[in-house]
Design a protein around this ligand. Sequence first.
Ligand code: ACO
Ligand code: ZN
Length: 177
Amino acid sequence: MGTDKETKINIMNSIKIESQILIRRCKLNDLEGVIEVNERELPEDYPYFFYKSILDNFPEGFLVATDKDNKVIGYVMWRVEQIPSMDSLKYVNKGHLVSIAVSQEYRRRGIGTTLLSNSISAVKKHKITELVLEVRVSNYIAIKLYEKFNLKMNSVKKNYYRDGENAYYMVRNADTN
Ligand code: ACO
Ligand code: ZN
């Protein structure tokens, strides 16, 4: 899945796309850049402490893409939630994709795919049973990306967004490829 566009390099545990673009773990001083990309590319904005708490609690699934000047041009963040399992009183972990975005001028080069595939591998370390997310029903492009990762529409969350738009709730078993 998109691996043809990726070259794994050993130093810093980062992934290089095209020579200039790097995918790596988010650091504290990347947060301003992450927020800039989010505010430009998505209507769902969050306060600084929200990003900070994701970084503090689930750093392994918080990745950034950076350009040659180390400027953030994309990010992905996940949180791990405990939910009661369907068939027992035990709790299971699910990985919830909080947000992903790539700057407009860098889209369609495999960055979103690389962010997603590498963050999924990372959040799986939390022994999660399923991956979930919400996406605007009109967000055809993001839905296409999620379908590439075998996420399937599970239900519709009515009025999920502040402007009243519905969300698709998409789900995948964590062990599926
Ligand atoms: N038309 C149709 N399909 C597209 C297009 C397009 N213009 N762009 C991407 N896709 C689909 C394709 O299936 C593509 O796979 P392919 O290249 O193998 O055909 C797949 O998306 C992934 O393409 P990438 O190049 O890896 O993705 P990109 O780096 O462009 O990032 C992203 C995709 C993150 C969805 C980007 O379009 C974006 O930032 N959009 C705005 C923010 C957004 O909507 N984020 C998701 C919100 S929901 C949430 O965060 C839980
Ligand atoms: Zn969500």
